[in-house]
Design a protein around this ligand. Structure first.
Ligand code: XIL
Length: 339
């Protein structure tokens, strides 16, 4: 149809990205991506569990297809993600007998060696296409504001302390050209305790000389939370604390609620709720634009409501811009025509 392109409508502000997934880059779904987005991130295919499920056995076909698609269609790429505690094969934190590693200098050295090996293999593999990448989520979701030291008790942390963070960034920086900026990426970054931890984490990395270029705000949010004003304050507080740091919205989607009630099927979601979602998208994008370059990329964690991680068997969500038949929703109009 003739409706305006989402990415074109934001060209003066930032690229607008979406996810690639198996089946998401072919046919009408691929056409939707090409028309409306100018940035792409792999939803799952560049995670450790997808690339190196078995030690030393690397599987690149799905990720390569997304990179080839992006290059052929002129979309820029975000890489996601090198070190995370989820979608990790168990072997990384086990000894040769399949027993869980316990903290010791030797197990720390082993896990860091595996991390360096993984990142090196992966970034060398994508090196021929690196000019198409502008960002890489190096480390994902390591903050736990319930801990006094702010650090999530993941196997990474329990076995290496914070060294896995520094090692990931240093290894990535040595292999990627400067135009590929390196991000720490997390969710709920507007939460007051979490934001305080984020400040502490980045300040510590900067003090140690760790090569971090940016912060990714996932923005898996809901109609109830957070307010656009708190997003504005959060981005400004980080920009003030870390002059020149890049900030990107990396995984945005909007649920109807954090805690229910939920809709059992997609058809149950009333037009009034779609309209509310439309106003929400409008208000957030107004905020991103008004931040005047402090947000330099926005990625939406879905192409259309027919494929979203938020919809489960008992819970239907309508968290992105196009409906289950790929038709533009009020969410789309809130971005493209906010007047
Ligand atoms: C999600 C994917 O969308 C799902 O398909 C998968 O089953 C789990 O991961 N934070 C992240 C993303 O950084 O990688 C996650 O993606 C969503 C939360």
């Amino acid at each position: 149809t003739n409706i305006p392109s989402v990415a074109q409508s934001q060209l003066a502000y930032f690229p607008v990205g979406t996810i690639g997934y198996n089946g998401g880059i072919t046919g009408v779904q691929g056409d939707l991506v090409v028309k409306h987005f100018n940035s792409l991130v792999s939803e799952n295919n560049m995670k450790w569990g997808s690339l190196q499920a078995q030690p030393g056995v690397f599987t690149y076909a799905n990720a390569d297809a997304e990179v080839a698609f992006a290059k052929a269609k002129g979309l820029k790429l975000r890489g996601h993600t090198l070190a995370w505690h989820e979608q990790m094969p168990a072997w990384v934190f086990q000894d040769a007998n399949g027993q869980a590693l316990t903290p010791s200098p030797a197990s720390k050295a082993l896990v860091l060696q595996r991390e360096v090996e993984h990142i090196t293999q992966v970034l060398n593999h994508f090196a021929p296409h690196v000019a198409s990448f502008y960002a890489w989520d190096v480390v994902n979701e390591v903050i736990d504001p319930a801990q006094a030291d702010c650090m999530r008790r993941s196997p990474w942390y329990l076995l290496t302390g914070t060294d896995f963070i520094d090692t990931a960034f240093r290894t990535a920086r040595a292999l990627l050209p400067a135009q590929v900026k390196l991000y720490y990426n997390d969710y709920s970054t507007t939460d007051v305790p979490k934001l305080a931890c984020l400040h502490k984490l980045v300040a510590g990395m900067k003090a140690r000389g760790v090569p971090i270029d940016g912060i990714g705000h996932q923005m898996h949010i809901s109609l109830a939370y957070p307010t656009p004003a708190s997003v504005n304050n959060m981005v400004r507080s980080l920009a003030t604390a870390f002059p020149g740091i890049s900030q990107q919205v990396t995984e945005m989607d909007i649920k109807v609620s954090d805690n229910g009630p939920f809709y059992a099927s997609y058809e149950d979601i009333p037009p009034a709720v779609h309209a509310q979602l439309g106003y929400a998208w409008r208000n957030y994008f107004n905020t991103f634009r008004q931040l005047g370059g402090l947000i330099d990329s926005v990625t939406i964690w879905g192409q259309a409501d027919n494929h979203t991680w938020l919809t489960t068997g008992s819970r239907a969500e309508a968290p992105v811009l196009f409906d289950q038949s790929l038709k533009a929703k009020p969410a789309y109009w809130g971005i493209v025509d906010p007047s």
